[in-house]
Design a protein around this ligand. Sequence first.
Ligand code: COA
Length: 174
Amino acid sequence: MTHQIRLISPDEARVRREALAELFIDAVEGGAQINFIHPMTREKADRWWDKVLPGHAAGERLILVAEQEGRIDGTVQVVFAGPENQPHRADVAKMLVHSRARRKGLGARLLKAAEEAARAAGRTLLILDTVEGREGHRLYERGGWTMFGIVPGYSLEVDGVTRTPVSFFYKSLS
Ligand SMILES: CC(C)(COP(=O)(O)OP(=O)(O)OC[C@H]1O[C@@H](n2cnc3c(N)ncnc32)[C@H](O)[C@@H]1OP(=O)(O)O)[C@@H](O)C(=O)NCCC(=O)NCCS
């Protein structure tokens, strides 16, 4: 059985918050840089979702999930740019596939689905950033995204000490 990738509603995101938080914990414990450092805790993940879900309900972002037999194995978000002169722009963020489901093409499918959802919402210029050279970087290159720069020492590794370079990508859908 293959994963179903779909948008989730604000009500469902609230109900499934535990599974979404679990994806964060799995990623950070595995060393992924998604704006957290060790120790990763359920409280930190919950706090992040508590902050974001009202914005989701207000239509500021889309949340997609990849689900199989009721289990959420991946997620990605499309965050609409706020300024009134950027109605065509969005950021792709929090692209995560649980470690139990990686390297089977799910990340690539989630990325494609995020692009399609953005386009359907009228957002045709997408931006994202990721740690240079890691799985995410390769995923976006394979997906036809264009890297437009690397900022040395942009963020901290999960150890909270080591600074790492972050690469910035864009994709124009029009
Ligand atoms: C980045 C991430 C989302 C990729 O998810 P994924 O589902 O593993 O992605 P894919 O399966 O599409 O591609 C991953 C690799 O598997 C390979 N692959 C895809 N299908 C495959 C298959 N059927 N058999 C073997 N390998 C396969 C891809 O070629 C790719 O190889 P590469 O990384 O050596 O270039 C995932 O690694 C992740 O969640 N990482 C932690 C969080 C993170 O870093 N997110 C990005 C933040 S911006």
